[in-house]
Design a protein. Sequence first.
Length: 134
Amino acid sequence: VENHSQAAEDAAFFYVKYAHSNFCARRPEWGIPVAAQVLLNADRDPFETLTPLTESKYPPTQMGVTHVFGALKEARALPYLEARLRHEEKQQRACAVQALSQIGTPAARVLIERATHDPATRVNRAAKKALQAM
C-alpha cells in the first residue's frame, strides 16, 4: 500500500466514488480500508482528493465518501458528516454515525450524541452503541 502507482490512487478514488454500486463495496469493510490507506499514502491530501465527491447527488458515492472519511479519521469532514446526519435516508444517517465514531473527536462525539434522538431506531441505536464504544 505504501509503494503504489498513480493507477492505484485512481482506483482508490474510483472505488470510493462508486463504492456501493458494486458487489465488494456492499461490504465496505472489504475495500474502504484499502482505499483509505492508498489515499493516505498518496502525494496528494486525501481530504482534498475526496472533496469533489462530497458534492455528488449519487447515494452510493455519498455512502462511499462517508465510509472513507471515517476510515481516514478525517476531522475536516465533520461539516459533511453533520449534513449526512440530516439526510432523509436513515441508512445515510447511520453511516454518518459510524464514520463519526471512527473519527472520535470531541466534536464528533457531540454529533453522535445528537443522533441518539434520531427518529429512526437504526440510527439512534447506532449512535448509542458508538457512544458506548468511545
